[in-house]
Each structure stands twice: as C-alpha cells, then as structure tokens.
Design a protein around this ligand. Structure first.
Ligand SMILES: [Zn+2]
Ligand SMILES: [Zn+2]
Length: 312
C-alpha cells in the first residue's frame, strides 16, 4: 500500500476538509472543491449537471447560509467538471474563470475532440454515453491571467495540457497541496471494480477524454517536480502524506501512452479557437460485437421456436 494517508468520504454530497481550507464535495463520480474561508473562498470545478443543490448545500454548511464564492475556477470544461457552472455562477452572480485555451468549449465556439472508446478499460467503455459537445455558458466567463487566482491568494495556477488543451492545476506552495483536476486521477478509472471500490492510487488522466498523451506526460512531470504532499483530483479520494511525492515520481516513470486508441497514434491539435485537427477514428469493435451477439440470440430464439412448432 502506498505510504500516504487517505482522508475523505465516498458518500455522495459528503464534505471533508482534507487539507487546510480545502474541502472536497463529491458529486457522483466527480469531486469539486471549496477552497478558502468564510471571508473569502472559491469553488474549483462544479461537478456533474444536476448536482448544483448538493454543492450549494455543502457551501452553506461550510461557510454559512447563502455563502457566495469570489469566483468559480474550472480546471477544464468537460461535462463532468463544468456541469453546474451556469446554474451556480448565475445564482451566485460570480464569474467563471478558465484557461484561455479552454474558453472555445465554454462559449460554444468548438466541440471537444471526440471521446475515444477504443482506448480500452472501464471508463473508455462507459464513455460511449459521454457528450463531447462544448457548451455555451451564459455566466460571465474570463480567462485566467498572470499566475495568481482571484480569491485564492496563496495559490497559483499551472497550465497542464494533455487531457484537454487548456487544462490547469492549482498549487499551494505553503503546504504543497495540489488540486489536479484531470491531469492525474487518484483511482484506477480503467478498472471496473475500482469504479465502486475507489482504492486510492495515483493514475494517468481519464483515458477516453485525453487527447494528447505526450503533453499529458509532460504535465505530470511538471506536477511531480513540485513534490506535492497532497493531491486532490477530479476523480478518486484525495491523498496526502509523505509518500505522495514518491508516488508522483513513480507515475512519471511508468507513464506511457495507451497501447491502442485514436489518440495513442497522434494527438488532437487544438489552439485558442478550439480544435484544429483530429486523427482519424479507430474502428470501434463494440457495435459489431453487439450486432453479433444480437444475431446469435435471434438465431437461438428462432431455433427454439422452430423446435416448439415441430413438437406434436
Ligand atoms: Zn476531463
Ligand atoms: Zn473528469
């Protein structure tokens, strides 16, 4: 077992302070974080659509009734991180901040590169139901600038592309706390059983939505060089302890593009205006497998019916 302590709860909507002034709120399979104090705080990511009341209740429980953040910061704009950005930002009347490379997917200017269900693993299989479309937020949307973050004075944002072109991670040097978004995960999302168990483990970004594996590796190396003591990611329980920095180094050493999949061959290319080029699709065997299974079932049912008709 890794030499880090795990702090948190897997309960939906449970809040847990895993590092000073950093509270995790679980929204289904995705974590969001309340960062700061009642005097000044920021919401990092917003979770799956429909969980806005869960996040609001957690904020009220943490900071007092009708608590309102300075801003909402998105590590990136995927549906599971930006799902309540409008609902919360409009109700609180606060701005949404993201890297400028992420804005095209939040203004409706561009869709994300298509997800890759052929990359293998549990989350890739499930990703066939995930949306790739960008969204047009109605909330006030601004690009992060400089290195600092409004309302998060001890924190800096770090551009960590690879999972998406404009992905950012947030780092507090004082206690080496890292909010990593989907630059890494703290569970094995490729495993079916770990979807339920969520054994804490530092892993590569969610594979079916990662569209540049070289950039993703460089981003993990960049984060490992910070020697984080605590890692709070978008997926999995946050981890903290003396073993975390070593675990990040190990992840760097074994980090490799997946053996197959659309973006294992070539990365998607994206710029400030969105997607510029995507590699050709890799044939997805599942529809053929489903069609084959349906044919076999239809054949068995037909033979059984014929046998019944032949009986005297
Ligand atoms: Zn993502
Ligand atoms: Zn995610």
């Amino acid at each position: 077992m890794e030499a880090y302590g795990v702090r948190g709860s897997t309960e939906e909507g449970a809040i847990f302070e895993y590092a000073p002034d950093v509270v995790r709120v679980a929204t289904g399979i995705v974590n969001v974080y309340l960062v700061g104090t009642a005097r000044q705080w920021v919401l990092v990511d917003t979770g799956l659509a429909g969980f806005a009341p869960v996040v609001r209740r957690a904020a009220d429980a943490r900071f007092g009734r009708n608590a309102r953040p300075e801003a909402i910061v998105l590590t990136h704009g995927h549906f599971d991180h930006a799902g309540n950005a409008d609902a919360l930002a409009l109700e609180w009347n606060v701005p949404v901040l993201a890297h400028h490379f992420e804005l095209p997917y939040l203004t409706g200017q561009s869709d994300y590169p298509p997800r890759d269900p052929t990359v293998g693993g549990a989350i890739a299989c499930l990703s066939r139901t995930f949306p790739s479309a960008g969204r047009a937020l109605s909330a006030k949307l601004y690009a992060l600038s400089g290195q600092s973050i409004p309302g998060m004075h001890e924190w800096q944002w770090i551009h960590t592309p690879g999972h998406t072109a404009g992905h950012v991670s947030l780092f507090r040097r004082r206690d080496a706390t890292l909010i990593a978004g989907d630059a890494v995960t703290t569970m094995n999302m490729d495993s079916w059983i770990e979807q339920v168990r969520r054994t804490p483990e530092l892993c590569h970004p969610p594979a079916p939505l990662t569209t540049d594996w070289d950039a993703a590796r460089r981003s993990v190396e960049n984060l490992a060089s910070l020697d984080p003591y605590a890692v709070a990611a978008g997926h999995g329980l946050p981890i903290a302890g003396d073993g975390v920095a070593e675990a990040m180094d190990r992840l760097c050493r074994r980090f490799a593009p997946p053996p197959r999949g659309r973006y294992a061959i070539a990365p998607a290319v994206a710029g400030p205006f969105g997607v510029e080029w995507i590699p050709p699709a890799v044939p997805d065997p599942l529809p053929r497998q489903v069609a084959g299974a349906a044919l076999v079932i239809a054949g068995v049912v037909g033979l059984a019916a014929a046998a019944r008709r032949r009986r005297p």
